[in-house]
Design a protein around this ligand. Sequence first.
Ligand SMILES: [Zn+2]
Length: 156
Amino acid sequence: MPELDRVDRPNLGATIDIRLFRALSLFSLRDVVGEDASKTLAYAGGKALGRRTKFKEFEEFLQWMEKKSIARTKSFTFDSDKGIGNLILLETLSSAGLPNLGKPACSFETGLISGVIERLKDRRCLVREIRCYGKGDPECEFYIEVLDVPAYLKRM
Ligand SMILES: [Zn+2]
């Protein structure tokens, strides 16, 4: 997104400590609006961001995620006939290195993936994180299903 590319911080640069992002997305928002609502906000924010992207194909998005230090892709498969895919990410922004919280922690990434796919396919998309560092897993894995419903029918 070109409007976000310009950063005027000659001394501090364009990056921040990701622990600050985690503190905001995992704890501060939770303290303000509660756990469920904070996850919904992180998901919705990621999804809105994903919808604003202009990638021509999903692999381009995966490369962008690595370039932006959001996550590295371990594997991605997608069955176009069934509209079902699987994505495994490493070093995810939201959760890599977290202690076992007993639940997935990558709401932002889940929403982001969903938003990008909805943009690319112009169909609603279900993305569910089925394995996560936050659950004690060694990586984050996402189940992806493109639904046969136009994206404009649901904007969440
Ligand atoms: Zn995760």
